[in-house]
Ligand binder design. Structure first.
Ligand code: ARG
Ligand code: MN
Ligand code: MN
Length: 311
């Protein structure tokens, strides 16, 4: 068997596609999962020695409510809530069964599902959030109203009360969260990160220390004894737009191809990784070469999390 985690009970990967774009305004990110699968991701994972189960959630549209007015600053709150609550149960079940959970987004609001499911199954887990953005706006602080910019405020319990998200438990302690790759953070988010002392490694830190040291420092913070399960949530916009152009909110100055892969390899190497999210691949943005690049890099990041690249 390939590199796995001591927390897993088998060499099975549960791949959960979430063809969902309701957490932000641009269509197309809902086609991320199917394009990753068409590119051969499931076979590639099998070739690494894992058995693969796939849930594509093709009927997710049926969860769309008839009416979904903006509420407390958030757009499409009922739709986002219904989808993420539904998927969180799939993820919880797969994690409880001891399978590695690989979730393919979809926009990053889907992290409401992944973190709820993974931390439900592994209450002492830690979360490494690789992203250009902090995604920790509260309903009160968000300027855009797009819920993909807010999941971490609900998951950490700092969001003001929102009636559509009562099902989300604050399972994530802020000292079990760390960021890598940040470079486009709203003022309100900066204040949250500072006030709550959340450990964040921006691109400035990647430049200053190098990616090897940054991953070590991130792990030292959230997993000092290297004995806790790890959930990696990877927004492909953490990568530089020259590496992953087809994404809804690209920001210049991001991670190189190798820096992104290094993060996945180094976390896989700990033997503690139990779940990965590959989010915000939008195969309808930019030209066909850009889409090919982005889908390909999404697949190779996922493979690195599952042991590719380790000797
Ligand atoms: N998952 C993402 N790409 N998030 C982008 C969020 C951008 C901005 N901070 C917002 O709240 O809308
Ligand atoms: Mn994100
Ligand atoms: Mn982002």
């Amino acid at each position: 068997m390939t590199q796995t985690s001591k927390f897993l009970k088998s060499s099975a990967v549960s791949v959960i596609g979430v063809p969902f774009s309701g957490g932000q305004p641009r269509g197309g990110v809902d086609q991320g999962p199917v394009r990753l699968v068409e590119f051969g991701l499931l076979n590639q994972i099998e070739e690494l020695g894992w058995s693969v189960e796939y849930e594509g959630n093709e009927n997710i549209e049926s969860l769309r409510p008839k009416e979904d007015p903006d509420a407390f600053n958030l757009k499409q709150p009922k739709y986002v809530s219904a989808v993420t609550e539904h998927v969180s149960k799939q993820i919880y079940n797969a994690a409880k069964e001891g399978k590695f959970v690989l979730t393919l987004g979809g926009d990053h609001s889907v992290a409401l599902a992944t973190v709820s499911g993974v931390f439900g199954a592994y209450p002492n887990a830690c979360l490494i959030w690789v992203d250009a953005h902090a995604d920790i706006n509260t309903p009160a602080s968000t300027d855009s109203g797009n819920i993909h910019g807010c999941p971490l405020s609900f998951l950490t319990g700092i969001a003001d009360h929102h009636p559509d998200f009562d099902w989300v438990q604050p399972l994530l302690k802020t000292d079990r969260l760390t960021y890598i790759g940040l470079r486009d953070i709203d003022e309100a988010e900066k204040k949250i990160i500072r006030d709550l002392n959340i450990k964040a490694f921006s691109m400035h830190h990647v430049d200053k220390y190098g990616i090897g040291k940054v991953v070590d420092m991130a792990l030292d913070h959230v997993n000092p004894n290297r004995d806790l399960p790890i959930h990696l949530s990877f927004d492909v916009d953490a990568l530089d737009p020259s590496v992953a152009p087809s994404t809804g909110t690209p920001v210049r100055g991001g991670l190189t191809f190798r820096e992104g892969h290094y993060i996945c390899e180094a976390i896989a190497e700990t033997g503690l990784l139990v779940a990965t999210d590959i989010m915000e691949v939008n195969p309808t943005l930019e030209d066909s070469h850009a889409v090919y690049q982005t889908v390909q890099v999404g697949c190779s990041l996922a493979r690195c999390c599952l042991g590719e690249g380790l000797l």
